[in-house]
Design a protein around this ligand. Structure first.
Ligand code: AFP
Length: 329
């Protein structure tokens, strides 16, 4: 019989706060999964009239999932604060609740342009230590600005044909499948290992004219196939939900790139460091892959802002090295 999430956590961490936090987080995600699956039947599809701090119009389910995570976790006594793609400011735990030793960052519903068209989406999370928890100091944005390498745990829940949790506690990557009948998570993938080579890339090709010439050169050489310099026939996938593209890469390899582009030169990239790039990079490295900006390893970036953006290139180790070589030219 497969291990349940509770049994797995019991065996792999002796920190009661971390266990409780992950269990409540996943419990909340079962409720998000339920809301997502109801779709038009519960009136949750479509957009709100608000924009988030990124200037993106929020979908109703973005707002609902964000609220579910705040309410599902603020009372647990495991957190000192939370931060989300959907909130301008950090969310310190109010004085009505006990504070705990961790900070949680999340993208409540990644890939929200997929919601209304019934394509897979997900919740991404990153867990950090709350630096001043023991001193009872008020939590500030600065406390969240820790390198990706400092993450205690990270992962995502993907709402697809199956609802799955993919997570790392810093020693490999495991996957659980939700049994919707009993609301129980069962360990179904004891170890994700990303193959080091690949013939598959994921990138939004419509942005090609905006990329740096060396990034364009790499993709042009992929398109040239077997007779080109890379001597391989490549396949392409782009789901427009990082969760789903990374899930495919964890399962069968590949590279995913949202590189720097010239449309808004002031913005380093589209993806957000703290609650997209860092947790995904932690998973990818723990599964044997690599994750870079083109200049440095993502997990080594010293963050400056909670909503900071970065270029992201991640996946099969040898192919990421190959892209890095192109970018160094
Ligand atoms: P949303 O959550 O705002 O839909 O953004 C999704 C995302 O951040 C990431 O999950 C995708 O890989 C990427 O954006 C898709 O971006 P394009 O729509 O520009 O292809």
């Amino acid at each position: 019989m497969n291990l349940t999430l509770s049994q797995y956590l019991h065996q792999h961490t002796n920190d009661p706060s971390l266990k409780e936090l992950l269990q409540q987080l996943c419990h909340t995600c079962t409720m998000i999964a339920h809301a997502v699956s109801k779709g038009a039947l519960s009136g949750v599809l479509g957009s709100t009239t608000h924009e988030n701090v990124q200037g993106e119009v929020q979908k109703k389910l973005d707002v609902i999932s964000n609220q579910m995570l705040l309410e599902g976790l603020e009372w647990t006594g495991t957190l000192s604060g939370m931060a989300s793609e959907e909130m301008d400011e950090i969310y310190p735990i109010s004085s009505s609740y006990q504070k705990g030793p961790y900070l949680l960052l999340f993208d409540p519903l990644d890939g929200s342009s997929n919601i209304d068209v019934n394509v897979s989406i997900g919740t991404i999370f990153s867990i950090l230590k709350a630096p001043h928890h023991a001193d009872h100091q008020a939590i500030t944005e600065k406390d969240f600005l820790q390198k990706g390498r400092e993450q205690i745990a990270a992962g995502y829940v993907i709402y697809g044909p199956q609802t799955m949790l993919v997570m790392t506690l810093g020693k490999g990557v495991v996957g659980f499948t939700l049994d919707r009948d009993t609301a129980t998570w069962y360990l179904t993938v004891p170890e994700f290992k990303i193959p080091s080579t690949t013939k598959e890339f994921a990138i939004n090709m419509s942005n090609m004219r905006h990329w740096e010439p060396n990034m364009r050169a790499y993709i042009e050489d992929c398109l040239a196939g077997e007779t080109g310099p890379l001597k391989k026939n490549y396949n392409m996938r782009w789901i427009a939900a990082m969760v789903t593209d990374v899930h495919r890469i964890l399962n069968r390899g590949g590279v995913f790139a949202y590189p720097w582009d010239a449309r808004e030169p002031g913005k380093a990239g589209k993806l957000r460091l703290m609650y997209e790039a860092n947790p995904m990079s932690f998973l990818v490295e723990q599964a044997g892959g690599k994750s870079i900006t083109g200049k440095e390893n993502i997990l080594d970036i010293e963050p400056e802002k909670i909503h900071q953006r970065v270029p992201v290139i991640l996946g099969s180790a040898q192919e990421v090295d190959c892209i890095q070589e192109y970018l160094n030219r």
